[in-house]
Design a binder for this molecule. Structure first.
Ligand SMILES: [Zn+2]
Length: 299
C-alpha cells in the first residue's frame, strides 16, 4: 500500500517536471517576434492611404507621446543646411555695334570719349587711315559688349535629416537580427545618433502627420513636391503642426528610441507616389537651377 502511494506521488512529480521540461520557454518571445516581423512585412506592401491608417494614434499612444515630450531638450528651430553642391558660370557674349553720324565740330577723339572707347579702335573698325572725318560721315562705333552670364546651380533635393549621424542600417533586405534564417525588408535608412540630436526636415514641404505609432514610435511625415514623402521614426520628441510648412533644415524633432528600436537612431524613409525608395538614392538626387544674371561689361 505504502509503495503504491509513493508510486502515485512519483508519477505526479514526473508528469509535473516533464511538462516544465517540454514547455517551450521561447514561445512568447517567438510570438512577439512573429508579430514584429508581420508588422514589418505589412509595412512594405502598404500603399500610401493604408500607411496613413497605420499611423492613427490611439489613446494609449497619446499617453506615451505626452510622456516622451516631457523631456527638456532645448532644440534649435532650424539648422542651416547648404543645398548647394556646385555653381558653374556660363558666359555668353553679345556683340553689338552701333553707328554714328558725324556732326560739325566732332573729332575722332571726342566721339571716342563719348562712347568710352579709343580712337585706334574706331579707326580699325572703319578702316580709317587718318584722324580726319567729315560731317554726316557714318562711322561704326564699337560699343561695349553685352555679356550675359548664366549660373548653373547644382542643388541637393534631400538633406541628411540627422546632420551628424552614422548610418547603422541600410535600405533593403537584411538578415533578421534575431533569426538568421529570416530576411526582412528594411524600408528605410537608420541613422544612429545620441538621444536628443536634432532631426531636420530633409527637404522643403508640409507636415502631413505628427504622432505616434507602435512600431515607428514618435513619427513625423512630411509631404514634398513631385509626390515625395519623408518619414522620421523613433523620435524622442517631435515638433510642428500638421499643415505647417517646413524648409530643408527646419528642426522637426529629436533622435530617440521610441517604438521598435534597439538603440537610439532615426529611421528615415523616403516614398515617391506611395512606394518606398532607397533614401540614399534620394540623398544623391540633384536638382539643376539656372539663373541668368545679365552683366554689362565694357570692353
Ligand atoms: Zn530602420
Amino acid at each position: 500500500m505504502i509503495l503504491q502511494w509513493w508510486m502515485f506521488l512519483f508519477l505526479l512529480l514526473a508528469v509535473f517536471f516533464s511538462s516544465v521540461l517540454y514547455a517551450n520557454p521561447f514561445d512568447s518571445f517567438e510570438n512577439e517576434l512573429k508579430d514584429y516581423i508581420d508588422s514589418e512585412n505589412n509595412q512594405n506592401s502598404e500603399l500610401d492611404p493604408e500607411l496613413r491608417d497605420l499611423f492613427q494614434p490611439d489613446s494609449e499612444d497619446d499617453f506615451s507621446y505626452k510622456k516622451n515630450t516631457g523631456t527638456n531638450f532645448k532644440l534649435p528651430s532650424h539648422i542651416k543646411v547648404s543645398r548647394l553642391i556646385s555653381t558653374t558660370v556660363v558666359k555668353a557674349e553679345k556683340k553689338s555695334n552701333s553707328t554714328y553720324k558725324v556732326k560739325p565740330k566732332d573729332t575722332l577723339s571726342s566721339i571716342a570719349a563719348n562712347y568710352g572707347t579709343k580712337v585706334s579702335v574706331i579707326k580699325q573698325l572703319n578702316n580709317l587711315k587718318s584722324d580726319s572725318i567729315r560731317v554726316n560721315q557714318v562711322i561704326n562705333i564699337s560699343v561695349p559688349k553685352v555679356q550675359t552670364a548664366s549660373t548653373i546651380y547644382k542643388m541637393k533635393v534631400f538633406a541628411l535629416p540627422v546632420v551628424t549621424a552614422k548610418i547603422s542600417s541600410r535600405f533593403g533586405y537584411r538578415r533578421d537580427p534575431f533569426n538568421p534564417n529570416i530576411n526582412n525588408f528594411h524600408s528605410g535608412l537608420d541613422l544612429s545618433a545620441p538621444v536628443g540630436t536634432p532631426v531636420i526636415a530633409s527637404a522643403d514641404g508640409v507636415i502631413e502627420f505628427r504622432g505616434r505609432n507602435g512600431g515607428y514610435g514618435n513619427t513625423v511625415i512630411i509631404r514634398h513636391k513631385d509626390g515625395y514623402k519623408t518619414v522620421y521614426a523613433h523620435c524622442s520628441t517631435t515638433i510642428g503642426d500638421v499643415g505647417q510648412e517646413v524648409k530643408m533644415g527646419t528642426v522637426i524633432g529629436s533622435v530617440g528610441r521610441t517604438g521598435t528600436a534597439t538603440g537610439a537612431h532615426l529611421h528615415f524613409e523616403v516614398m515617391q507616389r506611395g512606394k518606398f525608395i532607397n533614401p540614399e538614392s534620394a540623398l544623391q538626387k540633384i536638382e539643376i537651377v539656372t539663373a541668368k544674371d545679365p552683366q554689362n561689361t565694357k570692353s
